[in-house]
Structure formats: C-alpha cells, structure tokens
Design a protein around this ligand. Structure first.
Ligand code: NAD
Length: 357
C-alpha cells in the first residue's frame, strides 16, 4: 500500500477492465498499480492510459506491492486467475458471473477461506437506481404487498461480437445479463424460490442463448418473470410490478415511470363499459374517474455503501461485504436450475436455493 491506498492490478484490460480503472481511480483508498492482458494491443492501451502493463500474470503475483487482483476477463478463466491470486496472498474482486458453475465458485471460496483473503464479486447492479426504487416499494409496500415482479432488459443488437458467443467461454445471455437480474431479485426478496420454469432462445443461431424467460415462484407468494432479449426492436418496460393496492412501471434506466394506486377515499363506482375492438367491455374499461391515484415513483432504497468503499472496509476488517458469497452461490444455483428447466422443459421444484436440489 503506497500512502494509505491499496494497490490493485486489473487482469483483463478490455471493456470492463478499463471501466474498473476509472472507478478505482475515483476511489480515494484504491489505486491502479497496473494491468495484465494477454493481448499486446490491450497492454499498449494500458500504457497509453498511464497504467503499467505487466508482462505476465506470474509477474503480477510475484509483485509484493499488489494487494488486490481485479478479474475482468471472459468468464471461463475467472476461477483459475482467482485461485492463483488468493494462493499468492492477494485479495480478489471478480467480475460477474463469478464462475461457470456453482462447483467452480465453491472451489474459489474454499481458496479464499484457505488463504484468509477476501473474494468479492462485482454484482454492481445492486446499486442501480431503478432496482433500488423497486426495492423501496417491496420493503415499504408503497403499492401494497407485491405479488408479481417483471424484470426485463431488451436490446436489438444481438449478442456482442466477442467471447459472449462462445459456450466454452461462458457466453450467452443467461450468464451475462441473467446473473444481474437474478442477483437483484434474490438480494431483495427474503424468501426461498420454490419453483422455476424457463425457456432459452436461440433465434440468432448461436451455440449460446441469445435471451431467455424464467418464471420464479417464491415461497412468500411473489411470482417473478425475468426476461432478457437481444432481438427486441421495441422494448418492454424495464420493470412492471403489481401490488395488492396498485401497479408500478419503470420504463428505462432514466427512471421514467409512475405508480397507480387504488383511491381508498373515493366511493366505489362501477366503470362505464367501453367499446373495445368490435366488442363491449366493462371488465377492461378504465377505472371510473377518481378511483385511482397516479403518482411519481418513490425514492430509491439506500445501500450501506458503494461497492468499492465497502470492499476497502471488508479487506480492512471493518465491515461485512454487501455482496456476500453465500448470496452469489444462491444465484449460481438458480442459474443452473434455469438451464435445467429449459433443457428438460419441466418445472424444477423443491429447489433448495442454499445448496443442491
Ligand atoms: P472484453 O472482451 O472487452 O475484455 C476481456 C479482456 O480480457 C480482453 O482484453 C482479453 O484479451 C483479456 N483476457 C482474456 N483472457 C485473459 C487471461 N487469461 N489473462 C489476462 N487477460 C485475459 O470483455 P468485457 O466485456 O470487459 O468482460 C469481461 C468481464 O467483465 C466478464 O466477466 C463480463 O461478464 C464482465 N462484465 C461485467 C459488467 C458489469 O456491469 N458488471 C459489464 C461488462 C462486462
């Protein structure tokens, strides 16, 4: 540690590695000691950006200045890079999905425990404001107790033209985006998942899924629909949630949205039937005037700290991790259940999210 900053080496200086360099640079207790990338062109980019480019991973591990290894490589090599770093006495921040399977992740946590070092996974979307607004609604029952949560991300660009196409490298949208959306749900909902159904899509003809839909039933009665699509030229809202007193929608990451609740002050009046298509309906007519209230979204729930501040506190032994490895393992287990449900075309039941089925 130079002055009072912990030195971090970024392994995998690609898209996310460069972003981490910025984030670390913004943290007053961390500094980038350098980077390591297999590709010459990325090592050159690192030097151009002002960061030392280590010539080999062995050189990183042998450098006593380095306290933390940050892993931002494709998913298939996270495990090996992490275990070697932990065994060399470094702390590790690893990108999501932390590993290719729950078994791999257990090897990683065993290495961290064995070495007495911190392994923390960058589940950064726990801090997304749109998610924290939903978390606030869940916790404070702004629209009554929630019973349905629909969480979607839609793009129309297909799978990016990199390792995300390749199954052996941990490609596919369930691992790439699914891990974020599932992590958010399990972080928020304090109840077991009791059943899982899913379908994966292969519309673009890759070996890996270009999207998926999973339906999760929680023991507390909440149903969650989680969907990722990469061929959606019209996008559905990022969030649509229903509570017993109202509904809410968040359209996008800019937090365009609203909540509509029942107006308990208004006298009950039957809605006026409307012509709908070539028919007539009262059931699907708009609620009668004054019977509902439309309001702005509530403020976002706060988390105890930012990711990197929390990481610093964890390695200094002054805080518990906000992203706990037991939670990451639950998400890995859930991803495996979603793959299994899609492959078998069956409902996966009696799913013990804390361990094996
Ligand atoms: P990328 O392809 O842009 O970068 C990966 C880099 O790793 C490349 O420069 C590659 O040369 C290098 N690399 C590959 N194998 C290596 C090895 N064995 N040793 C050293 N370097 C190696 O990929 P990306 O989009 O930056 O994704 C990297 C990781 O970050 C993935 O795990 C991905 O899921 C994750 N990610 C997370 C977020 C997030 O919001 N948390 C966003 C994007 C990506």
């Amino acid at each position: 540690m130079s002055s009072n900053k912990h030195s971090v080496v970024i392994v995998g200086y690609g898209g996310m590695g460069s972003y981490h360099a910025q984030l670390i640079g913004e943290n007053e207790r961390l500094e980038v000691a350098g980077t390591f990338d297999l590709l010459e062109v990325r090592r050159e980019a690192s030097v151009e950006a002002g960061y030392k480019a280590y010539a080999s991973y062995e050189e990183v591990l042998a450098d006593p200045v380095v306290e933390v290894v940050l892993i931002a490589t494709p998913n298939d090599v996270h495990k090996e890079i992490a275990i070697r770093a932990l065994q060399a006495g470094k702390h590790v921040v690893c990108e999501k999905p932390v590993a290719m399977s729950s078994a791999e992740f257990k090897e990683m946590t065993a290495a961290a425990d064995g070495a007495g070092r911190v392994l923390m996974v960058h589940q950064n979307r726990r801090w997304d404001e749109d998610f924290r607004v939903i978390k606030q609604m869940y916790e404070t029952e702004t629209i009554g107790a929630l019973f349905q949560i629909e969480s979607r991300v839609h793009g129309a660009n297909g799978i990016p033209g990199d390792w995300r196409h390749v199954k052996e490298q941990g490609g596919g949208m369930l691992l790439d985006w699914g891990v974020h959306l599932l992590d958010q749900l399990l972080f928020m909902i304090d109840s077991k998942v009791i059943s899982v159904t899913s379908t994966l899509s292969y519309i673009l003809g890759n070996d890996v899924d270009d999207g998926f839909e999973a339906v999760l039933q929680f023991a507390n009665g909440i149903k969650a629909i989680v969907e990722v699509g990469t061929t959606n030229f019209i996008t559905l809202p990022r969030w649509y949630v229903k509570g017993i007193e109202g509904s809410a929608v968040i359209e996008d990451w800019s937090l365009t949205g609203r909540i509509v609740t029942r107006n308990s002050e208004s006298e009950h009046r039957e809605p006026t039937p409307i012509r709908a298509g070539v028919g007539l309906t009262k059931t699907m007519a708009p609620p009668s005037e004054g019977s509902t209230i439309t309001e702005a979204l509530p403020p976002a729930a706060e988390l105890a700290d930012g990711f990197y501040n929390n990481f610093v506190a964890v390695i200094e032994g002054t805080a518990e991790p906000i992203v706990k490895n037991a939670e990451v393992l639950r998400v890995q287990n859930l991803i495996e259940a979603i793959f299994e449900a899609a492959e078998s075309n069956e409902i996966i039941k009696d799913f013990d999210i804390y361990g094996v089925k």
